[in-house]
Design a protein around this ligand. Structure first.
Ligand code: SF4
Ligand code: SF4
Length: 528
């Protein structure tokens, strides 16, 4: 049932057709509206039904670009009274906006006619299939069972060479796409240079070539089912972040749920939030069945499901319904990297008492809650109990926890990269705040907008999403947490200098079986 649900879900983007319509498009000005409608009329596209998403998106993009060109020629140096340049002309950043609006407004077919049916055939079947598989486990004997986990093609992991090639191709692919998308060479070049420097430090300066990873992270045979699952996830994230127009049917399918919660039309972010929450909840039931002999694990699992459902999903949607800003009260900078961005600060400052409270709350979390709670309870208070990324890693990612690389080499990579991301986040935020308060976009030829765009693209989407989650079946479930999360780096620094906690084996009782190291999802070689 799960597989049927997944297959239907995968085939949805290719169902239905498009007939160009601008009826539901929220135009930013009447000039834009008239120019686009006129060109659509002239090209007689309104009469055509197009079934290929690729063809339709290409045509709409060409159409908007023609309108952009026409407006720019017509109003070159002669703006109407009282109008700004972008009230009249279509800016480059608006082309993408209009394409997306028109795709949404033009799609028709079975999914738009009956979204609930398709929701049940995809999400419903998958959830039911998952539950039918999990619930019998409650009647088995208690205790953790990992029998055969390294014999299973889904959970075995990748040979080191295959893994390195896979990772290299994905990272180079993301950087190349970033150059094309953002039209920026400086930050991609700096990123490549830094990766090169870290590679040199780890492999040559510290001579880590000889520290081979243990077998647990590097099996003799690659698990091809895992490769297929990882590839699927990687493509899913690429579509979600960078090509949401191609998954319009998925978004339309959850539209009624979005309207019921916030009153707004669904977006790719709503689809992701809903999906994320459902996965954490259903796989949370699996975690509960697996660890039901352990009260600590049961409460912890309930905690991550609760924080994801209430704080990351429902409360922000309800706030929007009440005309308040979308706000996740448990998300902390620098993980929440756009907290100090101008548009967020402006929204919070202009939203009255609650908006100001959100601003102060966010700052209190950073400067007081993190150090104080970490001192008393260790950094796991956030990563294992509250964080949404941690929630997904602990539920959906649990079958892959044994794949974290425990080698010294991995640890060396980890230290450089995670502290590098923290430094990048601090620098980027400082630049953004400088621009916010002074209005100056540049400091020493470095432009704060291009820096923050690259951070959002490469770290916020590429690293935390495409690599961080897409690589669950390939490199374990804490790839982002271990190697990239700047908040983990901050929590780690606090824990290192001011904490009552250390990870250790249970003294003289340890028999060096290595189970703790094998199954530590954070890649800590506990036994060593
Ligand atoms: S490491 Fe970062 S992303 Fe992972 S659980 Fe902790 S705070 Fe969340
Ligand atoms: S190696 Fe780890 S799991 Fe095994 S006995 Fe020692 S502490 Fe326990």
């Amino acid at each position: 049932m799960f597989i049927i649900g997944l297959l239907i879900f995968t085939s949805l983007p290719g169902i239905g057709y498009y007939q160009i319509s601008t009826n539901e498009v929220a135009f930013k000005s009447e000039f834009h509206q008239n120019a686009i409608a006129e060109i659509a009329d002239q090209s007689r596209q309104a009469d055509q039904k197009i079934s290929s998403t690729f063809v339709f998106i290409k045509r709409v993009t060409d159409l908007i670009k023609s309108a952009q060109q026409e407006l720019s020629t017509n109003f070159d140096g002669n703006l109407p009274d009282g109008k700004g340049e972008w009230d009249v002309k279509i800016a480059d950043w608006d082309v993408e906006y209009y394409v997306s609006e028109i795709v949404q407004s033009s799609a028709s077919g079975p999914i738009q006619n009956n979204p609930w049916l398709w929701f049940m055939l995809t999400f419903g079947l998958s959830i039911l299939g998952g539950l039918l598989y999990m619930i019998p486990k409650f009647y088995e004997q208690e205790g953790i069972k990992h029998d055969g986990i390294f014999h299973n093609s889904f959970t075995r992991g990748l040979k080191l060479t295959v893994r390195s090639v896979f990772l290299g191709v994905v990272i180079i692919g993301i950087i190349t796409y970033g150059i094309l998308k953002l039209q920026d060479f400086l930050w991609p070049a700096i990123t490549l240079l830094l990766i090169g420097v870290i590679y040199y430090l780890v492999f040559y300066k510290q001579n880590a070539r000889n520290h081979n990873p243990p077998k647990s992270a590097s099996p003799i045979h690659t698990g091809w089912l895992g490769v297929i699952a990882g590839t699927y996830l990687i493509f899913f994230y690429i579509l979600l972040y960078w090509a949401p127009n191609y998954i319009n049917n998925w978004i339309d399918m959850v539209d009624p749920i979005s309207k019921a919660l916030s009153g707004n039309e669904a977006s790719n972010w709503f689809l992701y939030g809903l999906m994320y929450t459902i996965i954490v909840a259903v796989m949370g039931i699996r975690m509960w069945s697996k660890y039901r002999h352990n009260r600590y694990q049961k409460i912890r699992t309930a905690s991550v499901v609760f924080f994801q459902t209430a704080f990351a999903f429902l409360i922000p949607e309800i706030l929007v319904r009440l005309n308040q800003p979308w706000f996740d009260f448990k998300n902390i900078w620098p993980l929440d990297y756009d907290f100090f961005f101008d548009y967020n600060l402006n929204t919070l400052v202009s939203s009255g008492g609650l908006g100001l409270f959100m601003l102060v709350w966010g700052i209190v979390l950073i400067v007081i809650a993190v150090p104080v709670i970490t001192y008393f309870y260790g950094k796991r208070w956030y990563c294992s109990w509250v964080c949404g990324c941690g929630g997904l890693a602990e539920t959906m990612g649990d079958p892959f926890r044994q794949l974290s690389d425990k080698s010294l080499r991995a640890w060396k990579w980890e230290r450089y990269i995670i502290h590098g991301v923290l430094a990048f986040a601090i620098l980027m935020t400082a630049m953004v705040l400088y621009t916010y308060f002074t209005g100056a976009g540049n400091i020493l030829f470095i432009n704060s907008y291009s820096m923050r765009s690259w951070y959002g693209f490469f770290i916020g989407a590429g690293f935390s999403g495409v690599v961080g989650t897409g690589f669950y079946p390939l490199m374990g479930n804490r790839v982002w947490c271990r190697f990239g999360c700047p908040l983990a780096a901050y929590l780690g620094l606090v824990q290192r200098f001011k904490s009552r906690f250390r990870i250790t084996t249970n003294g003289g009782q340890c028999i060096s079986c290595g189970n703790c190291s094998t199954y530590c999802e954070m890649g800590i070689d506990v036994r060593a």
